[in-house]
Design a protein around this ligand. Structure first.
Ligand code: PLP
Length: 382
């Protein structure tokens, strides 16, 4: 029906639009052969710092490494507890467990999918040292409340901003800050489908704190203070020069990318508003939304039926995420569960993410929403 099949994310279409710029940037790196720590790594990091309005950006190999390096930089001790949401990508729980720390799982807010700040306080114990605030699907967590709790209990805050780079958080007093720059350390991922993405793996950490920045830089580089002098246990986590060159091109267009996804989201909002079978994603009053995902909740256990129906019509959709952290085989028994995690569990049964990206023709959007409207009335009749 369409020239191009409908995709969750159209990486190739986006590449074609910026092909000349991206090809030239890659060719330049290859001509110079500075594949590791070439000048583009520094340039991109500086540009990202300017965009986010934060003084220290430290690039690394991927978002999961960034989370691990962040926790290492905070010098937590085995057995210390780290609070994180039960409904999220696994990376946060994984690195916490890998470092011998205990994940403490807290339920999320069903309207925003993000950790529920009202439920964090009850999870704090003698051993709690940090909170990982994951900004899921494109919106910032309620940072003012999270930072106030962190202050009161002397906790560190790591913001996992892999999905929400560019989102702006507004404090109750009117101050506006980019998500990922509010806590002690922010991290992001440049995985190809993320809002700011390269053509392979990549990630970064950001902080306002010079001492933390120095420690982070050292840890990501084998714990070296200077070459062959290893001051602390580190790891080897670098952003390739080629990836940095690609990212520097894409960063110039990030506002246009975000706008393109917002337009698709606005179309979904408008055309699906009357579908009683669907709960549409809420726009938080305190955060802008960069729509890494447009995630609906499908009522009455109809999610899988809807997904099947869309598939028959050539419309892909994804379940982010099918299992909450406490139901994951590796993490259920080693985590401490704080309170009821019913919202997280319910979301895993009802969420469905629809195609959204920077290259969606209006005809595709209309076809998807017409199919959804029709499906909604069918499901309701059942
Ligand atoms: C993608 C993602 C990560 C991990 O990033 P990688 O670069 O794949 O290691 C971590 N947290 C969240 C929320 C993510 O979406």
């Amino acid at each position: 029906m369409f020239e191009e099949q409908i995709q969750m994310v159209d990486l190739h279409g986006q590449y074609l639009r910026f092909k000349e710029e991206i090809d030239a940037a890659m060719q330049h790196v290859i001509d110079n052969c500075a594949f590791i720590n070439g000048p583009q790594v520094k340039t991109f990091s500086a540009h990202l710092g300017e965009y986010l309005r934060i003084p220290y950006v430290i690039p690394c190999g991927n978002g999961t490494d960034a989370l691990q390096i962040a926790l290492m930089a905070l010098e937590l001790e085995p057995g210390d507890e780290v609070i994180l949401p039960a409904f999220t990508y696994i990376a946060a729980a994984e690195v916490v467990a890998l470092l011998g720390l205990t994940p403490v799982l807290v339920d999320v807010d069903p309207r925003t999918f993000n950790i529920d700040p009202q439920k964090i306080e009850a999870a704090v114990s003698e051993r709690t040292r940090a909170i990982i605030a994951v900004h899921l699907f494109g919106q910032s967590c309620e940072m003012e409340k999270i930072m106030a709790l962190a202050d009161a209990y002397h906790l560190y805050v790591i913001e996992d901003n892999a999905q929400s780079i560019g989102a702006e958080y507004t404090f109750p007093d009117g101050r506006v800050q980019k998500a990922g720059t509010i806590g002690h350390i922010g991290i992001t991922s440049f995985f190809p489908s993320k809002p700011l993405a390269c053509y392979g793996d990549g990630g970064a950490l950001m902080t306002q704190d010079e001492a933390l920045a120095t420690r982070i830089r050292m840890i990501a580089n084998h714990g070296q203070e200077c070459k062959y002098h290893h001051k602390r246990i580190g790891c080897n986590s670098r952003l390739d020069t080629l990836q940095a060159a690609i990212l520097d091109v894409k960063l110039k267009h990030i506002t246009a990318f975000t706008e393109a996804r917002r337009k698709v989201a606005a179309h979904y909002d408008e055309t699906l508003a009357a579908c009683e079978q669907f709960v549409l994603p809420v726009r938080s009053p305190f955060s802008t939304h960069v729509y890494h995902q447009y995630t609906i909740q499908v009522k009455d256990a109809n999610r899988d039926a809807l997904q099947g129906l869309l598939k028959e019509r050539g419309i892909p959709s994804m379940v982010y995420y099918p299992l909450p952290v406490h139901h994951q085989e590796a993490y259920g028994s080693i985590s401490r569960i704080s309170g009821s995690l019913d919202v997280a569990t319910r979301l895993c049964e009802s969420v469905l993410s629809l195609p959204i990206h920077t290259e969606m023709p209006i005809e595709q959007q209309q076809y998807i929403t017409e199919t959804l409207v029709e499906a909604s009335s069918k499901l309701a009749l059942k």
